[in-house]
Design a protein around this ligand. Structure first.
Ligand SMILES: *[C@@H]1O[C@H](CO)[C@@H](O)[C@H](O)[C@H]1NC(C)=O
Ligand SMILES: *[C@@H]1O[C@H](CO)[C@@H](O)[C@H](O)[C@H]1NC(C)=O
Length: 448
């Protein structure tokens, strides 16, 4: 068999496993670095801290800090929503979370601070962007205790530097926003933040320079009615209403960046040039949004490296996939880079920082729909791996002389690459190394 045929077969979703994901942290339950053990005991007595109410969902990395978000899905028991773990000091496998920047900022219902955040993003100017959904609860228990607001922190000084409250017309009665993308232009004041309204089906844009926000609506933000059925972690359930969620930007450069996005209840991927988003909606906006292609899995989170490799979580495959944006977006050009049917149940967020891919998994559906065992099971894990190693030998490991001076659109007008797929096949067959992880419990996941 020729190399090309071998690759063609392996390229079909999920057959190869080239990954060496290393487990950095793992928890049965999340705990916090209270000032003293007495205060921790008091918090547990008061219901200020209820371990089984804490499910981490988002991650971000800046220098020696690993940020972790924990939404408040119950009216009690989550002491802090925006947290970090110092990566540079002695730590255990299951370190306690530290509120960022402090406890006061994380006070529930303090609208100048953060009540609930889902996803957090560091920008190229050492700022942490945090969307406060202002909510307590989930689904039909949701209370909007503060308005949606965007916050920024200066990571060098840990100072809160911005709070922008979204306008009434930016949201609607169904609005639920769990994700943001941060687009830094030529200077640190040229920033646009895009926020995906998953249940209100909109895309909010905030301009730092204009200190203003606006909202786009489009059919591409809606769920696909044929993709509302999910099978994850041994559960079957329907998330039929979930619209636009995951977003990723093409690398910074002189060209107009693209924002990729996809609804959660959908396998489709779309994109829009950011110049369209930066201008407010007008009669021509509609046609600037384009369909790209399909995945074989539902996905929440996606990210693109500076080389134009996209990583995305494959939530019904317990896996992370990759796509080289110089090739057409189709399943033949996507490959699983990490899969683990115990450790990667619901890989909730993926990030690329300093040449490494980071992944957090949290068994979210099992928590929301069923029940996690916080005493015996390992429920939350954080993995990382060097991007180079992860994609070596995969279909994504083909980056023919990328023109960094003028990051061009990899895609033609119809989402079709100017490169023929054949030109991008790597020369060696993919390696098939097993997943590498250190579970702190070998007990397989089970329900009940
Ligand atoms: C909220 O939704 C859950 C299921 O998602 C249901 O069991 C419960 O009855 C609902 N409660 C209310 C007050 O509608
Ligand atoms: C930004 O706009 C809001 C109104 O939406 C205003 O309250 C706030 O003071 C403005 N911030 C700056 C820095 O101008």
């Amino acid at each position: 068999m020729s190399a090309a045929i071998v690759l063609g077969l392996l390229g079909l979703a999920g057959l190869s496993q080239s990954a060496q994901l290393m487990q950095k942290f793992a928890w049965r339950a999340i705990d916090y670095a209270f000032p003293s053990e007495a205060q921790r005991m008091q918090a547990m007595q008061d219901g200020f801290y209820i371990p089984e109410n804490n499910l981490p969902v988002g991650i971000e990395i800046w220098k020696n800090k690993l940020f972790i978000s924990v939404p408040r899905w119950t009216d009690k028991g989550v002491p802090s929503t925006l947290n970090y773990i110092p990566l540079d000091v002695a730590y255990s496998t299951s370190p306690k979370l530290n509120p960022y920047p402090d406890w006061a900022t994380n006070e529930q219902g303090n609208c100048n601070g953060i009540t609930t955040t889902y996803r957090i993003r560091v920008d190229e100017c050492d700022r942490l962007w945090v969307l406060d959904s202002g909510t307590v609860g989930i689904g039909n228990t949701t209370q909007q205790v503060c308005p949606y607001a965007l916050h920024a922190f200066d990571l060098k000084t840990d100072r809160h530097i911005l709070r922008y409250q979204f306008k009434d017309e930016d949201v609607n009665a169904n609005t639920f926003i769990a994700n943001i993308a941060v687009d830094v232009g030529a200077t640190c004041s040229d920033v646009h933040v895009y926020a995906s309204d998953e249940l209100g089906y909109g895309l909010l844009v905030y301009s730092l320079e204009q200190n203003d926000s606006w909202r786009f609506e489009h059919g591409f933000f809606h769920p696909d009615p044929l993709r509302g059925d999910f099978n994850i972690g041994g559960l079957n359930f329907q998330w039929e209403a979930e619209g636009i969620f995951g977003m990723a930007l093409t690398p910074r450069g002189p060209m107009d960046r693209l924002l990729f996005f996809h609804p959660l209840a959908s396998n489709r991927e779309f994109f829009v040039p950011t110049s369209v988003l930066k201008a407010k909606p007008n009669k021509d906006s509609y046609r600037q949004f384009q369909a790209l292609g399909e995945r074989t899995s539902h996905s929440t989170s996606e990210v693109m490296t500076d080389d134009g490799i996209m990583f995305f979580n494959m939530i019904d495959e317990n896996a992370v996939g990759c796509w080289n944006s110089q090739t057409p977006y189709s399943s033949e050009n996507q490959e699983v880079v990490a899969k683990d049917d115990i450790g990667l149940i619901f890989p909730s967020d993926v990030r690329v920082r300093y040449g490494h891919l980071w992944v957090i998994s949290d068994r979210m559906p099992n928590h929301l729909i069923d029940k996690l065992d916080f005493v015996n099971d390992v429920n939350f894990r954080i993995f990382f791996a060097p991007v180079e190693e992860l994609i070596r030998g995969t279909i994504c490991d083909a980056r023919p002389s990328y023109d960094h001076n003028g990051y061009g659109h990899p895609l033609g007008p119809n989402g079709i690459s100017h490169l023929s797929p054949a030109a991008t096949y790597p020369l060696q067959p993919p390696s098939r190394k097993p997943i590498y992880s250190y579970p702190i419990s070998n007990r397989p996941y089970h329900r009940g």
